[in-house]
Design a protein around this ligand. Structure first.
Ligand SMILES: Cc1cc2nc3c(=O)[nH]c(=O)nc-3n(C[C@H](O)[C@H](O)[C@H](O)COP(=O)(O)O)c2cc1C
Length: 446
């Protein structure tokens, strides 16, 4: 098996109620969970007790402003805390688990991002990670002075420049710049402070970060781009990538492709961890787990399913009869938002499913591991052992039950097999992931 510090990497993708759109409908769901820091504290402490590598929060800086009748029934991103703020609040109640969040390169200034994640790294004693995304919805664009998103390649050009500036700002100070020389009345060594003078296509920054270098040197860089441009960007810059292959063969192809691209940038394969995105659904048997999932899918109203198709296929199919196959000429020529979601729906349509079946089957999570703890662990072992991934980004469909399945079922099973840690190895997220601490560029240059 591929070794990552001796075991597979397990991260969790958390939404307040669980990421399945039926999660908030469950009787056990707490109404104000999305804005309740005490609720999140219990969840993250449970994740840490299970020795998960990191707790991850996705983000988009926008509420939906149209079709509110629909969004009121499937309220993704309509009510949430800003993720870096929430992680900063949770840092004090945890000691080991990594803290990852999304911030958009299309809308945030690099100076803001450098400060936010630099602060989180200090506050958490070295557990911060930034998920670099270009954001894929026009609602967000309209909150930041645009009518719509620029095309994907343009967004990635801006993302690349943004990341470059952020990382340069994180190297403003050398690690030992602050000397606290009381006798000489000098706090820092001015030779070890480096002003950035950046004038690029998208950003102009002349200055330095007003914060000493953080415990990890630089927070860990996450990425999830699936397109050609996204993959190239990840191969060059990312340290953790969320893979989106729907089958083991696709995951292996993605893994090989991405790690292969890294040599062009002089990077070694183990300086990037590929984590396959999977949903975990446990039951007393595989069939039992499948029934559980089907019940969640069916409890989502059909209008909501149509709305998801409209968003992710980037075209409205709601005029079509529900119980007939979708004509292929209704498939748009290309996607501008999430390519992987788009392709998944196109695949279902091409299989000849009726519109209703497409709605019932389609879910943004493409890979679902069903079964008992042993059966789910078998699938994880197979994927990691056969070069499909270095670990998993586990989407937890319904909280807290899905997390309990992981921490009390799957994790102990993986530990018994020697495939997952029983104690955190290091203090920082980098240490636990087996990633090197970046040397400050100014020191390296000397
Ligand atoms: C596990 C995972 C988490 C993601 N989190 C976010 C997010 O928080 N915000 C966002 O705008 N996009 C998010 N994305 C979308 C990706 O950043 C990316 O836009 C998408 O996979 C499409 O790839 P492309 O941009 O190369 O077309 C996520 C994707 C995955 C697989």
């Amino acid at each position: 098996m591929k070794q990552t510090g001796g075991h597979m990497v397990l991260g969790g993708l958390f939404e307040a109620y669980g990421y399945h759109s039926a999660a908030w409908l469950q009787e056990t769901a707490q109404d104000n969970a999305a804005t309740d820091v005490d609720y999140f504290r219990q969840i993250i402490q449970q994740a840490e007790a299970g020795r998960l590598d990191f707790f991850f929060l996705a983000d988009t800086p926008a509420a939906r402003t149209e079709n509110l009748d629909f969004w009121s029934r499937s309220p993704l991103y309509m009510n949430m805390l800003e993720p870096v703020t929430l992680l900063s609040a949770l840092a004090g109640s945890t000691r080991h688990i990594g803290l990852g969040a999304t911030a958009s390169t299309s809308f945030y200034e690099p100076y803001n991002i450098a400060r936010l994640f630099g602060s989180l790294d200090h506050i958490s004693h070295g557990r911060a990670a930034w998920n670099v995304v270009t954001t894929a919805n026009d609602y967000a664009a309209r909150n930041f002075g645009l009518d719509r998103l620029p095309p994907r390649d343009r967004r990635y050009e801006k993302a690349a420049e943004c990341l470059e500036v952020v990382q340069a700002l994180w190297d403003t100070w050398e690690d030992d710049a602050f000397i606290f020389d009381r006798a000489g009345a000098r706090m820092f060594d001015p030779e070890k402070f480096h002003v950035l003078d950046h004038a690029g296509e998208f950003f102009r920054v002349h200055g330095g970060l007003n914060m000493c270098r953080s415990p990890q040197g630089q927070p860990v860089i996450f990425q999830a781009g699936a397109s050609e441009t996204g993959r190239e960007f990840a191969a060059r810059t990312a340290e953790v990538v969320f893979g989106t292959g729907a089958t083991l063969a696709q995951a292996q192809a993605f893994y090989t492709d991405l790690k292969g691209r890294m040599t062009r940038y002089g990077r070694t394969a183990d300086s990037l961890k590929v984590l396959s995105g999977v949903s975990i659904v446990m039951g007393e048997s595989r069939e039992d787990a499948r029934r559980k999932w089907a019940k969640w899918q069916e409890s989502v109203p059909i209008e909501i399913g149509l709305m998801y198709l409209k968003t992710d296929l980037e075209t409205d199919l709601s005029d079509l009869p529900l119980d007939e196959p979708v004509p292929e000429h209704r498939i748009p020529e290309r996607s501008n938002f999430h390519q992987v979601y788009f392709e998944e729906i196109v695949g279902l349509i091409r299989e000849g499913l009726t519109l209703r079946q497409v709605c019932r089957t389609y879910n943004r999570s493409k890979v679902i591991f069903y079964g008992t703890a042993g059966e789910v662990a078998d699938q994880m072992e197979e994927w990691v052992g056969s070069g499909g991934s270095d670990g998993f980004m586990m989407a937890l469909p319904v909280l807290p039950d899905s997390l309990t399945d992981v921490t009390q079922g799957i994790v102990p099973e993986l530990q018994r097999r020697g495939l997952f840690r029983t104690e955190y190895e290091g203090r920082t997220l980098r240490e636990n992931l087996g990633l090197a601490r970046p040397v400050n560029r100014h020191v390296r240059k000397r």
